[in-house]
Every structure is written in structure tokens, then in C-alpha cells.
Design a protein around this ligand. Structure first.
Ligand code: 13P
Length: 292
């Protein structure tokens, strides 16, 4: 089916106590694997792209991969732009076929962040796509953005309410103690903050920094309003390690398709396990019946 807007998908997730998995795609194989994993579980999925990945390939290539993978699939697939600070790139994505865009102006003071995010609200409206914006600063390294632990600012629930009321977001990204990249030590996720933010904003929360969180953390975050959960680092590792592992185990096999297939299967397994963990299994029909 054609790519879908993120908003109704995440509303359904928030209202029914599950989260839609969002994976940062790397190439066509990993894109196809995430859509196939979703299809096998009859689940919705979000294929998302970092700005760096778009610059490496092109808008045209990425849209064609995701559309191709989704076209013959019966499950809803979103193409979302992850953390982006560049309004030109954001508009180019919306124009090229992304069905959701994210502005990350979280390093700016509240009013400037809101102002910049409102400009992206206009872009999202112009193209009829979903929108995510961020308030507070999430720790760790994502794309080329680095936020050290001492610089990270957890999101204030009342500011979050003002921000969300002004923006009508499909997903609200906020800092609740999770971090991009692998955790050093136990993550200190602030569940009370997740709950307080969700109560005031009534907006599906995007939980960033999914790699390395326990099943228990996922469950508690979803119960309190996390409706989109981002996974990137974990995929990067499986993508590289599965390729290397195949070659180490089969040093004389130089048939690329077998190597690529081993990588594809490993990525698909990773995607399936997260989709199922977040409660996405058999959730596609709810979206499809609402959309009909
Ligand atoms: P991880 O790299 O920790 O999985 O986080 C992904 C993310 O939040 C992308 O925005």
C-alpha cells in the first residue's frame, strides 16, 4: 500500500497501549527487512532516516526503496525523517514523499525552539505529512549531534504542554533519561516524568535511545504513553556483525547474495523481536479499518 501518515498510527498506539517501532534504515536490504518483519507480524512500522543517510544517498533513492518495499505490503508503513535541524532538507523530504518529518531545535531556548518548530508545522501542513518535534535534550550521539550527560536537560512537563498545545504533533520527542547509543551503566529512565508529560500533552511520545533498554523499561514506558520507539545503534551493530560473521564462518564463500541474505535475515530477526516486544503484532488491521 502507499506510505501512510504517522499521526493516526501513533494515536491508535497511544490509545491502545502499544508502541510502533521506528528503525533508522541503512540501505535497501535493511528497509526491505523492516517492512517484511512488520508484514509477518501484521504490524505497522516506521522506516526512518537520519539526515546523514539522506546526504549519503539521496532523497530520490530512499523514497524509491521505501515505496518499493511498502507497495506490495498490506501493512501500514511510514517514511519518517529523524532529527533534522535544516529547514531546507525538511521541506525537500516532505516534497519528495516522506510521510512524516522531525524538527530538532532542542538546543535552542524554549521560545526559539517553538518558533522554529512552528515553521516546520507550516511545512507539514503544506504537504499533509506527520510531524515530530523535540523539547529537552536527549543524551548521547545521534547522527553528528553529541549531547554530553551534563548538557542533557530533562523535559519539563508544563513546558511540554505549552509546546505540544501550540504544535499539534504526531509525536513528541522529549528527554526522560534515555540516551542515544549504548548505555554505560543502568539507564535512569524517569517514568514519573513520562507519565506527567503524557497526561498534560495527550500527545504520543517518541522514546529515543531504544538500544540497550530492558523489556521492563519498554513495558513501563509504553504503559505511560510511549507510542513510538526508536532503534538505531542496535541495527548498525547487527548489520555489520552479521556480514562479518558470515564471512568468518564461510571464508571461501564469495557469493555476495548469500552474504547479503545472512545479513538480511539477521536484521529481520532484530526488527521482529522489537516489533513484538512493543506490542505491535496484529495492530495493522486497526489502522486499516480506521483509514477505510
Ligand atoms: P539508539 O541509537 O540508542 O537506538 O537511538 C535511536 C534514536 O533514538 C534515533 O533517533
Amino acid at each position: 500500500m502507499p506510505l501512510v501518515n504517522m499521526k493516526p498510527l501513533l494515536r491508535d498506539a497511544m490509545e491502545n497501549g502499544y508502541a510502533v517501532a521506528a528503525f533508522n534504515l541503512v540501505d535497501y536490504g535493511s528497509t526491505k527487512a523492516m517492512v517484511k518483519a512488520a508484514e509477518e507480524l501484521n504490524a505497522p512500522v516506521i522506516c526512518q532516516t537520519s539526515a546523514k543517510t539522506i546526504k549519503f544517498y539521496s532523497h530520490k533513492e530512499i523514497v524509491s526503496w521505501v515505496r518499493t518495499a511498502a507497495e506490495d505490503s498490506p501493512v501500514p508503513v511510514v517514511l519518517h525523517l529523524d532529527h533534522c535541524k535544516d529547514l531546507e532538507m525538511i521541506e525537500a523530504c516532505a516534497k519528495a514523499g516522506w510521510t512524516s518529518i522531525m524538527i530538532d531545535a532542542s538546543e535552542l531556548p524554549f521560545e526559539e525552539n517553538l518558533e522554529m518548530s512552528k515553521r516546520v508545522r507550516d511545512i507539514a501542513d503544506k504537504y499533509g505529512v506527520g510531524m515530530e518535534a523535540e523539547l529537552g535534550q536527549i543524551m548521547g550521539v545521534e547522527d553528528d549531534m553529541v549531547v554530553a550527560e551534563e548538557e542533557s536537560v530533562l523535559t519539563d512537563p508544563e513546558d511540554a504542554q505549552k509546546f505540544c498545545d501550540a504544535l499539534d504533533l504526531s509525536a513528541f520527542a522529549c528527554a526522560v533519561g534515555t540516551a542515544h547509543g549504548f548505555y554505560h551503566g543502568d539507564p535512569k529512565v524517569d517514568f514519573d516524568r513520562i507519565e506527567a508529560i503524557n497526561k498534560l500533552t495527550k500527545t504520543p511520545m517518541a522514546l529515543h535511545g531504544g538500544t540497550g533498554l530492558s523489556d521492563e523499561v519498554f513495558r513501563k514506558a509504553i504503559e505511560r504513553g510511549a507510542a513510538k520507539i526508536n532503534i538505531s545503534t542496535n541495527l548498525k551493530h547487527v548489520f555489520v556483525e552479521s556480514f562479518v560473521k558470515y564471512h568468518m564462518e564461510n571464508p571461501k564463500d564469495f557469493e555476495p547474495l548469500r552474504v547479503i541474505d545472512a545479513q538480511y535475515q539477521a536484521c529481520k530477526l532484530l526488527f521482529s523481536s522489537f516489533i513484538a516486544k512493543f506490542g505491535g503484532e496484529n495492530r495493522a488491521p486497526a489502522y486499516l479499518s480506521k483509514a477505510a
